[in-house]
Design a protein. Structure first.
Length: 439
């Protein structure tokens, strides 16, 4: 079984090492040996250490490698949209099986890849695209196909989870925690894709597509990052018995017309410390699945890194190699449900709102009236810095109100916050966070 490897960075090198170290076991599991036909790289002269591979296998002609008749399986660990999309479509149309870790491409244009796989008759596997080594996508795609999945909630980005966990443990601000994550190698030099939620949104689209048999792309996912989360937010969450996590949430629902829909979103949220996801610390990932018959399921482990990701890649390689030897292919994309994706404004959420307000009679009633006008029910109110002392702004005569709502449409909650910002009694809206996982 001949393999073409596209990319030989951190993950690609681990794939090569695992293929070498586990060669006999992999051959026994598959029924045939795995051989590297070629490795496509951007630069031939780059130092790749003591990689156990013949230097003659390296090439800069990725397309030429893919088109070779002796290549059975193409492994793509380059990332990005182009030229990866063109390479994989070419491979799939030619009947080759593809294993990819490219979450961005799958979220951007998974439809093209699935259509090319159907046209060529090969397999398309991508377990490594979400949550690294955690066996997650195949259970959604295969093991739970006899069940109805209602909700998927996950921590799927290790960088942001490390940052938020550090803020929770030490009281540090975002900038300080990001600096620590960068020093330890958890954050890239440019952390935008992680801290602004792009990485998690791509993974959320893939999870929703599999869970709900519906084509969901990155553009369908509501996305917010963690750059605005403050140490004060973390302290407020702790006071409520909560912690803050960047969550991806994909859920079934019903729109105002009574039609079944899905909502897919990524944003920071407070969750109770009793929730299974609350204890997921450091750079670990975890995904919480809720299904009709299976009930609640938890998938936990390392979500990134060369070796964990390569482990998932090799698992897919074994599966597609077995299929090719048997002359069969895996089940194709399941998008029969074709559910509409609801806009974020219709998503049902709870809010935690912190306000700096004038410390005088009638303020609480006025604020409560704004919530009532938008049909948002208040669950709890906490008031501090009263009696003429200085509030969070440091001005005498200010007070702080912390309000937690019951579940309401996100649009109603947003409209409530907008109106609060316009009140003369409200000095500032200091924090707005969603609350998940509670009653």
């Amino acid at each position: 079984m001949r393999l073409a490897l596209l990319g030989c960075g951190t993950v690609g090198q681990e794939v090569v090492r695992l293929l070498h170290e586990q060669a006999s076991d992999l051959a026994a599991r598959i029924g045939a040996p795995l051989e590297i036909a070629g490795i496509a790289v951007r630069r031939l002269g780059r130092d790749r250490g003591d990689l156990p591979v013949d230097p003659a296998l390296f090439t800069t002609d990725a397309l030429g490698l893919i088109k070779r008749d002796d290549v059975d399986v193409v492994i793509e660990v380059v990332g990005g949209i182009e030229p990866a999309r063109g390479w994989l479509v070419e491979a799939l149309r030619a009947g080759k099986s593809v294993v990819t870790a490219n979450k961005a491409l799958l979220a951007e244009d998974g439809v093209a890849l699935h259509e090319a796989a159907a046209e060529g008759g090969g397999d398309l596997y991508y377990e490594a695209s979400v949550a690294g080594a955690i066996p997650l996508l195949r259970p959604l795609r295969e093991s739970l196909h006899g069940d109805r999945i209602n909700r998927v909630t996950g921590i799927v980005n290790g960088t942001t989870n490390f940052i938020l966990s550090a803020m929770d443990a030490t009281g540090a601000g975002f900038a300080e925690a990001l600096e620590e994550a960068t020093e330890l190698g958890y954050a890239e030099a440019d952390p935008t894709a992680d801290v602004e939620g792009f990485d998690a949104a791509a993974k959320a689209a893939i999870l929703a597509s599999l869970a709900f048999h519906t084509r969901v792309g990155a553009a369908d996912v509501h996305r917010e990052g963690i750059t605005e989360v403050t140490a004060a937010d973390v302290a407020s969450a702790q006071a409520m018995g909560c912690t803050i996590k960047l969550l991806c949430i994909a859920a079934r629902g019903v729109d105002p017309a009574g039609r079944e829909t899905v909502s897919v979103r990524v944003h920071p949220a407070m969750i109770p410390r009793s929730h299974p996801l609350a204890s997921v610390g450091d750079a670990f990932n975890a995904v919480f699945v809720e299904a009709d018959a299976a009930g609640q399921l938890m998938f936990y482990g390392r979500g990134a890194g060369g070796a964990p990701t390569a482990s998932a890649v090799l698992g897919d390689v074994v599966a597609v190699a077995r299929n090719r030897l048997a002359g069969v292919r895996a089940a194709s994309e399941s998008a029969y449900a074709d559910l509409a994706v609801r806009p974020m404004g219709e998503a049902l959420t709870r809010y935690h709102v912190s306000l700096d307000v004038a410390d005088r009679p009638g303020v609480l009633a006025a604020v409560a009236g704004v919530f009532a006008r938008h049909d948002v029910s208040i669950a709890t109110v906490r008031q501090g810095s009263a009696g003429g002392s200085t509030g969070a702004t440091g001005r005498a005569g200010d007070a702080e109100l912390v309000i937690v709502t019951h579940v309401a449409p996100d649009a109603a909650l947003a409209a409530t916050v907008d109106e609060l910002r316009g009140l003369d009694i409200v000095r500032s809206v200091t924090s707005v966070l969603r609350v998940e996982g509670g009653a």
